[in-house]
Ligand binder design. Structure first.
Ligand SMILES: Cc1cc2nc3c(=O)[nH]c(=O)nc-3n(C[C@H](O)[C@H](O)[C@H](O)COP(=O)(O)OP(=O)(O)OC[C@H]3O[C@@H](n4cnc5c(N)ncnc54)[C@H](O)[C@@H]3O)c2cc1C
Length: 400
């Protein structure tokens, strides 16, 4: 799978643009920054890894091929209506739409936003609020646009052969991939199966002063049925991801959703997967409920910080439309605290300590969050109130 990952991922050179297409900076390699050892002021010894960017379908195929290789069968078309657990028998399960009951020692619910699992963890469904924006997204094979010389000129592959990625402030190409965030007028849906035609997008771009013609050509070149129109929603951070008996645990978007400007949703879903596997390994089959609770303890604060970062970056981008170029970049998008973290190792090293905290109240503090930031619970309601009052969100500590 690692070999396949090297083959299908790419490392774009990034350039920043104004909404009119005018270049602000770059193109330059997308670089990660190492953390500083504050005592000596030197860089840590960890080498800076490559940034892997993926096309979703290729990534999904890589993962599903690996499951097949190791003998895990994925069945499709099985709609879960309800989750349950039975403390006496030490079992949990799901009831499917066709009436079938599936039971196991543990159910890992990865049913995304709008799934049914929060009923057994939180006791209710998670409230979702529209943030007022939607995002058009499309991805299609490059050869379908090759015939357009203007697109080729404006969105070139770098002379050194590297792919390029343009981020347009106000908003934002081996396959061509483009995104455009725009004020939602009520027609979009929070769904990966809500499609629009290029003509719909052109009605939006017609409202943007100075929007260049070649960007419209890119949109027009998108094949029919390839543009998602995804409504962006807020959800409060959810501290509890496990059922009362600990035999159902939510991971991925079911446990925590992210604003797309975080660029973290899928990544954190994978970190969850590594963490829960390590916790289960540490706990053993006799202690599955503790494994899920410890996993929740080790993961929640980190994920909540990343959710907050997404909110802050969304605000910054929104403001950047009229700002000076130097003020326009998001903060801490790939801070060392994010990429240096190894969730599997972290779970192994901290399992016992977190467990003692849960069972005996012994002190335990996570250190997988930004250095110098003392975690404080936050809520969207509070942030929105602060915004109304014109207060800035202050991120204490080192988020870079
Ligand atoms: C516009 C946009 C841009 C994004 N960009 C990025 C990015 O750049 N980087 C990044 O890391 N993340 C990004 N994300 C986030 C990322 O897409 C999600 O975090 C990720 O897909 C979550 O994975 P998941 O497996 O938890 O949930 P999902 O991918 O939502 O999968 C949940 C699955 O459960 C199934 N399901 C739901 N209910 C039931 C049920 N009752 N019974 C059976 N099955 C059910 C669904 O059909 C679905 O297949 C972005 C998201 C959006 C919307």
């Amino acid at each position: 799978m690692a070999e396949e990952n090297e083959r299908i991922s790419y490392e774009p050179w990034v350039s920043w643009h104004k909404i009119t297409g005018e270049i602000i900076s770059g193109p330059a390699p997308f670089q990660l920054h190492q953390s500083k050892n504050t005592d000596q002021g030197s860089l840590t010894s960890k080498s800076v890894p490559k940034v892997y960017r993926h096309s979703r379908p290729k990534m999904h195929k890589m993962l599903s091929d690996q499951l097949e290789r190791i003998g895990i069968i994925v069945e499709h078309g099985k709609q879960v209506l309800e989750y349950y657990e039975d403390a006496h028998s030490g079992k949990a399960g799901v009831i499917l739409q066709n009436g079938l009951k599936l039971e196991a020692d543990l159910v890992i619910a990865a049913d995304g936003v709008g799934g049914k699992s929060s009923r057994i963890t939180l006791g209710h469904e998670v409230r979702a609020e529209p943030i007022g924006y939607s995002i058009y997204r499309a991805s299609y094979p490059l050869n379908e646009t090759l015939c357009d010389s203007i697109i080729n000129e404006k969105l070139p592959v770098m002379e050194n052969g590297m792919p390029s990625s343009q981020i347009w402030l106000g908003r934002s190409a081996d396959e061509i991939t483009w995104y455009l965030t725009y004020p939602d007028e009520g027609q979009s849906k929070e769904s990966w199966t809500h499609w629009v035609e290029p003509e719909t997008v052109l009605k939006t771009t017609a409202k943007i002063t100075g929007w260049p013609v070649y960007a419209n050509r890119l949109i027009q070149a998108t094949p029919k049925g390839r543009i998602h129109d995804f409504k962006l929603m807020w959800r409060e951070p959810q501290p509890c991801w496990t059922s009362a008996g600990g035999r159902v645990v939510q991971i991925g978007d079911a446990a925590h959703t992210f604003h797309p400007s975080s660029g973290q949703g899928a990544t954190q879903g994978m970190e969850d997967a590594a963490s829960i596997a390590a916790c289960l390994h540490m706990a053993g089959k006799e202690n599955i409920p503790w494994a899920t609770r410890v996993h929740n303890k080790l993961r929640f604060e980190r994920v909540s910080c990343l959710q907050l970062l997404g909110v802050v970056n969304q605000e910054l981008r929104q403001r950047s439309v009229n700002a000076q170029p130097s003020q326009t970049k998001p903060v801490g998008l790939l801070g060392a605290w994010i990429w240096e973290h190894d969730p599997e190792q972290y779970a192994i090293e901290n399992y016992e300590k977190a467990m003692k905290n849960l069972t005996d109240g012994c002190p335990f503090q996570n250190n997988n969050t930004p250095r110098g930031y003392n975690y404080r619970p936050w809520s969207l309601d509070e942030l929105l109130k602060d915004k109304e009052m014109g207060n800035e969100i202050v991120l204490e500590g080192d988020w870079e």
